[in-house]
Design a protein around this ligand. Structure first.
Ligand code: PLP
Ligand SMILES: N[C@@H](CCSC[C@H](N)C(=O)O)C(=O)O
Length: 443
């Protein structure tokens, strides 16, 4: 069946989805209603169809490395799990609907996804990227610049004009994160994609959508060519697996990425594919609760006088830009205490907030990025990129928000990050007032 053979109602609704299958695996069937109306994302997350012989409600895990063939010339749909597996295929087609993409591919981690994507590059190619990047992304790009002959330009991607001096016909890739991790800066995806494609039409604009997830942002609709996410975060939501997801609308680009995945062997395992299928069903309810909690916590900290970075706050300098692209503010925020030692004490004094890297889990996490997730960026580079060493990152979960605030308030008091007096609690140095519960109290 060719794309033009799509039933009219389905074709109109899923213009980008490869309904006919071509060489893609056939499950799940598109779940659009027969009247052509498109289901809302909350429904698509939960609803899938597959062709299991027993009509299993949950997609079975095809825990097999190889598949028996009916003749020595092979030719069946699946032959070997590195090349394809029904559980992984089901997940990929489910995610294609959710990410509003023609094709998605799932691999063993978010960094694995970026590794596959950067194999599109050739020596001499130029990459333009941000100056506030996840540490692992920075590390891979630095490796490619040192060993792979790739030229990497780090610029302030929050300013569309700053891309112009480094754009040229040699630009092969523009790699964006928004909001950035951990400074929560916002990038104008459509503005940068348009500027890049104008000068370098073949350049691939690639967006790391891990901080937002498809629940909140669809970079493909804003001009990105490739979107990838760490499925370890919001997509799965429980910190019980590692995964990476790549989404494209250009099927030939999808084929090139699939080639690398099959050739290098980083496709997601059947069991982790199944776990991700299970986790993604609750993406909407988790994200709504997490960002409601995050908003309350950001407000609590800002009202105390801390410098808080969160796009849900009107004080965020790029509030309007963020909301022009996204449907929510997400659940990662950062704040500064003004003192590295005080920040260390805050992080260590919390109880409900686990000291962990990562985010997107139902549990709340606290960390100091310069010591943890971004430690692979050397101190000199961190300083050049204005990354405050005392910055604390909060990755908000689904717990009761009053419990989270109470735990944080107690930690702030114990750490000497706040001044307590008859007017209440406010951010400040211990010497500026009475500090309760701290050895450094002025009492
Ligand atoms: C924004 C961002 N992108 C990509 C990754 C890489 O994902 P993974 O840990 O699944 O390799 C991470 C964290 O690890 C991240 O924070
Ligand atoms: N030791 C790890 C650190 C992973 S950080 C995970 C996550 N992206 C975050 O921002 O917390 C490494 O070296 O990559």
């Amino acid at each position: 069946m060719s794309p033009s053979d799509k039933p009219a109602s389905l074709g109109a609704t899923f213009q980008k989805l490869d309904l006919s299958g071509h060489d893609l695996p056939p499950t799940p069937a598109p779940s659009t209603p027969t009247n052509g109306r498109k289901y809302a994302l909350a429904t698509e997350l939960v609803y899938t169809e597959h062709s299991d012989q027993y009509n299993a409600s949950s997609m079975p895990i095809y825990q097999t490395a190889t598949f028996k063939q009916t003749s020595n010339s092979g030719g069946l749909e699946y032959d070997y799990t590195r090349s394809g597996n029904p559980t992984r295929s089901h997940l990929e087609r489910h995610l294609a609907k959710i990410m509003s993409a023609a094709r998605t591919l799932v691999v063993s981690s978010g960094m694995g996804a970026l590794d596959v994507i950067t194999r599109l590059l050739r020596p001499g190619d130029e990459v333009i990227t941000g100056d506030d990047l996840y540490g692992g992304t920075n590390r891979l790009l630095t490796y490619l610049a040192t060993h792979g002959g790739i030229i990497v330009h780090h610029i302030d991607t929050t300013d569309v004009a700053s891309i112009e001096p480094v754009l040229s016909e040699k630009t092969a890739m523009v790699l964006l994160e928004t909001p950035t991790n951990p400074l929560i800066k916002i990038v104008d995806i459509a503005g940068i994609a348009a500027a890049a494609h104008k000068v370098a039409p073949k350049a691939v604009v690639c967006v790391d959508n891990t901080m937002m997830s498809p629940w909140l942002l669809n970079p493909l609709d804003l001009g990105a060519d490739i979107v990838y996410e760490s499925g370890t975060k919001y997509l799965s939501g429980h910190h019980d697996l590692m995964a990476g997801v790549i989404a494209v609308n250009d099927l030939s680009l999808g084929e090139r990425l699939y080639f690398t995945i099959n050739a290098s062997g980083c496709g997601l395992s059947p069991f982790d594919s199944w776990l991700l299928l299970r986790g993604v069903k609750t993406l909407g309810v988790r994200m709504e609760r997490q960002q409601a909690n995050a908003m309350a916590i950001a407000t609590f900290l800002e009202e105390m006088g801390f410098k808080v970075r969160y796009p849900g706050l009107k004080s965020h300098p790029q509030y309007e830009l963020h909301w022009s692209m996204a449907r929510g503010a997400g659940a990662v925020l950062s704040f500064e205490t003004g003192d590295v030692t005080v920040s260390e004490r805050v992080v260590e004094a919390t109880r409900l907030w686990a000291i962990s890297v990562s985010f997107g889990c139902v549990n709340s996490l606290i960390s100091m990025p310069c010591r943890m997730s971004h430690a692979s960026i050397d101190a000199k580079t961190r300083a050049e990129r204005n990354m405050p060493e005392d910055i604390i990152r909060l990755c908000v979960g689904i717990e009761d928000v009053d419990d989270l605030i109470d735990d944080l308030r107690t930690a702030l008091v114990q750490a000497g990050a706040v001044i307590v007096n008859v007017d209440g609690i406010r951010a400040g140095k211990p010497s500026d007032g009475l500090v309760l519960g701290s050895e450094s109290s002025s009492e």
